[in-house]
Design a protein. Structure first.
Lengths: 157, 190, 120
């Protein structure tokens, strides 16, 4: 944790101090809004796809403002791809658990009262799984574009 | 409401024309982003807040990706003579599109009066059968969850292939040099 | 021309612009922008088809019951299909950008006809 704090104070990497200060203020709110969109997906507009993209955008902002070292110290390339796989796996496992209720992807949990936060059976769980999958995948591809996609110029060679 | 739709649509058409014809690549990308935000406003007024949210956010991220792909190269427009062959080919394909559109528009319902045979069943049943108040959530994760699983796998595959394409060297070369540069590549091999 | 509305025709014009950019432009990023514009046009067309005049969003809040919702709401089915297609569009866009970056790295140009000429 200390390491991240030191890295984020490094003046040489990332953008200017103005961008860093603003994104420090804004980042937590972006994350919070993402969680809201995911968890309330079955009640209000939103859901796993939109919320997942919001979560990935918060990490992309971290990467753009503070440089790739800070973002990768928070969530490394390995863990991003791992979370991507785990999200997809969780979605499939929920689908197979539906076999207990009859067929693939049955809504087998008690539905509750419509309109409450804990209701709708597997829908919030699926939303969370999809959000993990989408956010990790898009963050991983941004890592790929900004690190692997670096053009090697003639001088560097 | 109808006038608003026409104004937005006109804005998007102008934005698309700018995006296609302008010489500077950066302004071209940003004009395409303007079209995307126009689409998201359109979604909002068409009664689809779910996809309006998604479109706004996806637009932000795709702008970042496109700018990333554009700016590292020298940004000069490719100076060119008019390539008549490809222009003619493009116009021929647009002709095909117009023919297909004229043929298809004959069977469409008028604007503002959707058919909604299955949807009426979904709308009246969502709250009882799935417990979700938001009908769109109920459809993508209960009635048609199998479809969503397929879409998740498509996303997974596209990300995977992008990684395969972007990887510059094999693992052994990476071991040999610049492992310490980002500190993540060693971790990847564990 | 039974159900033609001017909005549908304008939408087709947007789609036509995308096809034109995809085929006639030489710059790879312009081609990608053409694909993106086509994607917008298709998504928007599906949503336009499901619009009901003065319809409300398909969310059943406490002020409305299921039977009223089925009469008054817009069509939720195209929305559900478009929602996933938008996110997948982002994935394919990233794939296309990756390919463009790779092509630039190899040929040092974004010009498609130049790349065709250099290939041999």
């Amino acid at each position: 944790m200390n390491n991240i704090r030191e890295l984020s104070k490094d003046e040489s990497s990332g953008m200017t101090i103005i961008v860093k200060t603003i994104s420090r203020l804004v980042l937590s709110f972006i994350l919070l809004f993402g969680f809201y969109i995911i968890l309330y997906g079955h009640i209000t507009p939103g859901g796993g796809f939109a919320g997942g993209v919001i979560l990935s955008i918060s990490y992309v902002l971290l990467m753009l403002a503070f440089g790739s070292k800070v973002a990768l110290a928070k969530l490394s390339n390995f863990w991003a791809s791992m979370l991507d796989n785990l999200g997809a796996l969780a979605f499939i496992v929920i689908g197979f658990l539906g076999l207990t209720g009859g067929y693939f992807m049955t809504n087998f949990i008690w539905h509750g009262h419509p309109g409450q936060l804990i209701s709708a059976g597997i829908i919030p769980l699926c939303n969370i799984a999809i959000a993990i999958k989408v956010s990790a995948a898009l963050y991983a591809i941004f890592i790929g574009l900004s690190i692997y996609g670096r053009i090697v110029t003639e001088e560097e060679k | 409401m109808n006038a608003l739709f026409h104004v937005l649509m006109l804005f998007m058409l102008i934005g698309a024309a700018v995006a296609i014809e302008t010489k500077n690549m950066l302004s071209s990308v940003i004009a395409a982003g303007a079209v995307g935000f126009g689409v998201s406003l359109m979604f909002l007024f068409l009664g689809a807040p779910d996809i309006a949210i998604t479109q706004v956010i996806v637009e932000v991220l795709s702008l970042i990706i496109l700018i990333r792909a554009t700016t590292f190269a020298d940004n000069r427009a490719i100076e060119r003579k008019m390539d008549s062959f490809s222009t003619v080919t493009g116009l021929i394909f647009i002709g095909f599109l117009v023919m297909a559109a004229v043929w298809a528009f004959q069977d469409l319902t008028p604007f503002g009066e959707p058919l909604m045979r299955v949807s009426r069943r979904y709308l009246s049943g969502t709250a009882v059968e799935t417990g979700a108040v938001n009908a769109v959530s109920g459809i993508i994760l209960d009635y048609r969850a199998y479809d969503t699983l397929g879409e998740a796998i498509v996303l997974f595959t596209s990300i995977l292939s992008a990684f395969v394409i972007l990887r510059r060297r094999g693992k052994k070369d990476i071991e040999a040099e610049d492992t310490e540069e980002f500190g993540i590549l060693e971790q990847e091999q564990l | 021309m039974g159900g033609t509305s001017s909005l549908y025709i304008m939408n087709m014009a947007l789609m036509g612009m995308g096809i034109y950019a995809l085929i006639a432009k030489r710059h790879i990023i312009k081609k990608i922008i053409g694909v993106v514009i086509m994607e917008y046009a298709i998504n928007l067309f599906l949503i336009l088809l499901g619009y009901k005049t003065d319809g409300i969003a398909p969310i059943q809040d406490s002020s409305i019951n299921a039977a009223q919702l089925a009469v008054r709401a817009v069509d939720p089915l195209p929305q559900a299909l478009v929602l996933t297609s938008i996110v997948i569009g982002l994935g394919t866009l990233a794939l296309m950008a990756a390919q463009a970056i790779k092509l630039y790295e190899k040929y040092k140009t974004f010009d498609m006809s130049e790349i065709n000429r250099l290939r041999g």
